[in-house]
Design a protein around this ligand. Structure first.
Ligand SMILES: CCCCCCCCCC(=O)SCCNC(=O)CCNC(=O)[C@H](O)C(C)(C)COP(=O)(O)OP(=O)(O)OC[C@H]1O[C@@H](n2cnc3c(N)ncnc32)[C@H](O)[C@@H]1OP(=O)(O)O
Length: 179
C-alpha cells in the first residue's frame, strides 16, 4: 500500500480557501444545533451524502459536534469503488463536502459549496469506515471558510483525505425557485 511522503505538503488550503485577516470567528447559532438525527427530517432524506436509504449513497451518519466542529462516519461500499478495491476520489470529495457543509449549517445560515479543494493523502480500501471531521475557520460576509479531514481505521487513524472549502450563504429561494 502506498504511504504518504512525510515531506509532502498536506494542507489542501489555497489562498482562496484561507480566511482573510479580517474574518470573524465562527459562532454557532443555537437554533441550528438540531439533534443530528433530525437534520435529515428537516432537509429531506434524498441527499446522496446523508440520506439513510439512498441506494449507493454515502449514508453518512452525523455523530455529533462541538462548536462548529462536526463529526460523521460512513463505510466505503463496492459501489463507491474507483480503481480496483479502492474508493473513487470523487466519493471522498463528496463525503468531505457533506461534513464541511454540516459545519457550515451549524452557523445558522443556509450555505452551498462555492469552492472545494481536496488532498488525497492515502488510498482508501473498499470496506473502510471513514471518520470525518470538519470545522469553520472564519466567516467573512456571506463566505464561511471550512476545513476538515477523513481518517480510516478509527477517529484517530491515519488521515486519508483533507479538504478546504468556501461555502456561500444563500437565501431560501436558492433551493425553492424553479429553474
Ligand atoms: C445540515 C445540512 C448539511 C448540508 C450539507 C450539504 C453538503 C453539500 C453541499 C453542496 O454540495 S451544495 C451544491 C454545490 N454547490 C452549488 O451548487 C453552488 C452553485 N453556485 C452558486 O449557486 C453560486 O455561484 C453561489 C451561490 C455560490 C454564488 O453566487 P452569488 O451570485 O450568490 O454570489 P456572488 O458571486 O455575488 O459572490 C458572493 C461572495 O462569495 C464569493 N464567491 C462566490 N463563489 C465563490 C467561489 N466559487 N469560491 C470562492 N468565493 C466565491 C464571491 O467572491 C463573493 O465574495 P465577496 O462578498 O467578498 O465579494
Amino acid at each position: 500500500m502506498t504511504v504518504p511522503n512525510p515531506a509532502r505538503r498536506t494542507s489542501p488550503r489555497s489562498d482562496l480557501t484561507t480566511p482573510p485577516p479580517d474574518a470573524a470567528e465562527p459562532r454557532v447559532d443555537p437554533k441550528a444545533e438540531l439533534d443530528f438525527s433530525e437534520i435529515g427530517d428537516v432537509l429531506g432524506n434524498a441527499c446522496f451524502g446523508c440520506g439513510p436509504e439512498v441506494p449507493h449513497g454515502l449514508r453518512i451518519t452525523r455523530t455529533g459536534h462541538e462548536g462548529s466542529t462536526s463529526y460523521g462516519e460512513f463505510t466505503v461500499i463496492p459501489e463507491h469503488q474507483g480503481a480496483p478495491g479502492l474508493a473513487h476520489g470523487g466519493i471522498l470529495a463528496a463525503a468531505m463536502d457533506e461534513i464541511l457543509g454540516t459545519s457550515a449549517w451549524l452557523l445558522g445560515g443556509r450555505y452551498v459549496t462555492g469552492r472545494l479543494e481536496t488532498d488525497f493523502v492515502r488510498p482508501v480500501p473498499v470496506g473502510s469506515r471513514v471518520h470525518l471531521t470538519a470545522r469553520c475557520t472564519g466567516v467573512h460576509g456571506r463566505k464561511a471558510y471550512m476545513e476538515g479531514e477523513g481518517r480510516i481505521g478509527g477517529p484517530d487513524g491515519p488521515v486519508a483525505v483533507r479538504a478546504a472549502a468556501v461555502f456561500i450563504e444563500v437565501p431560501l429561494e436558492h433551493f425553492t425557485e424553479e429553474r
